[in-house]
Design a protein around this ligand. Structure first.
Ligand SMILES: [Zn+2]
Length: 90
């Protein structure tokens, strides 16, 4: 199954805030999800300035909740120091 959202997220450019790519979510994206069918791996990174059909921007909630299909691996590479700083400031 391939879900193509690139036509929707591809319009966000430059200084505009990027929105979570989940259809029912209007929160600002803070993470980028990338996946690879070959190695059955899903990566969650800090928001990447990168546009391919295989990347999706996610808000913190959806990035944290992201689940992967059976047999896939989920690697969260977000910078935990940055997240702790944000938590301390709020
Ligand atoms: Zn979201």
């Amino acid at each position: 199954m391939i879900i193509r959202l690139d036509s929707a997220v591809g319009t966000y450019r430059g200084g505009m805030a990027r929105q979570c790519s989940r259809p029912t979510c209007a929160r600002e994206a803070s993470a980028t999800m990338t996946y690879d069918y070959g190695s059955k791996t899903v990566w969650v990174d800090d928001l990447l300035d990168l546009r391919t059909p295989h990347t999706y921007d996610l808000c913190p909630t959806h990035a944290d909740r992201l689940s992967v299909p059976m047999g896939w691996e989920r690697l969260d590479r977000r910078n935990s120091e940055v997240r702790l700083l944000f938590a301390a400031a709020s």
